[in-house]
Design a protein around this ligand. Sequence first.
Ligand code: SAH
Ligand code: F3S
Length: 481
Amino acid sequence: MEKIIDENIQGQALSLDKKEGNTRKLFIESYGCQMNFSDSEIVASILAKEGFNTTQNLEDADLVLVNTCSIREKAELTVRKRLEKYNAVKRINPGMKVGVLGCMAERLKSKFLEEEKIVDLVVGPDAYKDLPNLIEEVDAGRNAVNVILSKEETYGDISPVRLQSNGVSAFVSITRGCDNMCTFCVVPFTRGRERSRDPQSIIEEIDDLVAKNFKEITLLGQNVDSYLWYGGGLKKDFEKASDFQKATAVNFAKLLDMVAEKHPKIRLRFTTSNPQDMTMDVIEVMAKHKNICKYIHLPIQSGSDRILKEMNRLHTRQEYFDLIDNIKRLIPDCAISQDIITGFPTETEEDHKDTLSLMEYVKYEYGFMFAYSERPGTLAARKLEDDIPEEVKKRRLAEIIELQRAHSEYRHQAFIGKTVEILIEKASKKSDAHWSGRTTQNTVAVFPKGDYKVGDFVMVRVDECTSATLIGEAVGYSDNN
Ligand code: SAH
Ligand code: F3S
């Protein structure tokens, strides 16, 4: 998901301002997609009411929670490694309890307790409101598990504690789960059926963020274009809704339009879009509002029609091109990024070449590329042999990464000499004398700090670039401040 900090396998320990009277210490870290980072904020909010303040010091913790990712085997191995570290700390601090949250918890359920003796608590993505009861069990010396997936839970009524925030950009979840059943993907099994959150609660959360001076909101979901609110319930049950519910339903284009209209100075982003669910009305709403960022993360996975079909991606290569053409026609400066998997079962050299030629057509701004990793329980794992040798997967991956690097550079070079609006987010990683922010196209830009501050919208003249970053000089405030 946005991009996806997906394989940003760096876990991040989160901490929040101390709440008076809280005495227990929670260490919480997240791996995987932005939805996990966002869920950890919900968990911190639930536990703040149970007497927990967060700490960034693992050694001090009474309770350690790790929010996990199952998307590829490597993501799971990273979490297993972390558990070893917790084990070492527990030797010094034997009272410390350890809980596993998120997709690995859902996938492995109580098996986790058998496989990893360090774990006291296993909680799936829809069961976080049960944490107070589960922690009581753990306090009484028993292990506790809740991995029930819900048809309703959207955590719409919980106001997340903004952890580790730069105070400028925030994520707001709008849907949970996914009904798409791509054959390689574990998400439908770990996050359950797709349901949408009440637009009223989404808008209240955004109003609150705007009141707190946030400048950029990213709407989050596994498949945001599929958003549909008709009074509650699963997306797949919409057919059974009443005429009134159907007539008053809010789809993604309408939600986007409502939020953009209400907060014209706030930058709006969303992720992730599945090509088969992205409709013209969403593109039209994007074109209509200046504050909706001109950037779409639009995973393709493969350029071969045969492989797309095997993956149960419900569109063809040509339909994807048509979508790209429509986007570029209505929003000529729109940036597009991709996810691609190499070495899906049965992928031939010809299929791989189709992926390369598709990339040539689109020339993505950037991308997230992965070698296929078989996930237990998925349709691909059950029906197809993981038959592409690891070295072939890796070689194809290297080829698409190299092509993407060239395309990123090509796209970034087009910015040179132009003046673009940047929202300042933080100091540059490489130099404390420079600010770092992003263009509407989501491209990172760095420039000397001057008198500007975090949260300012600044016009920056781009003088040079690398394949990842624009480098320039601020020439004044944008009229968006
Ligand atoms: N719709 C989700 C997709 C999550 S998975 C979203 O919000 O982004 C992110 C990406 O991981 C997918 O687009 C796909 O490219 C990759 N991925 C998923 N399952 C995979 C697997 N089994 N092996 C390799 N890559 C995978
Ligand atoms: Fe996974 Fe496909 Fe949904 S990639 S999250 S099943 S859109």
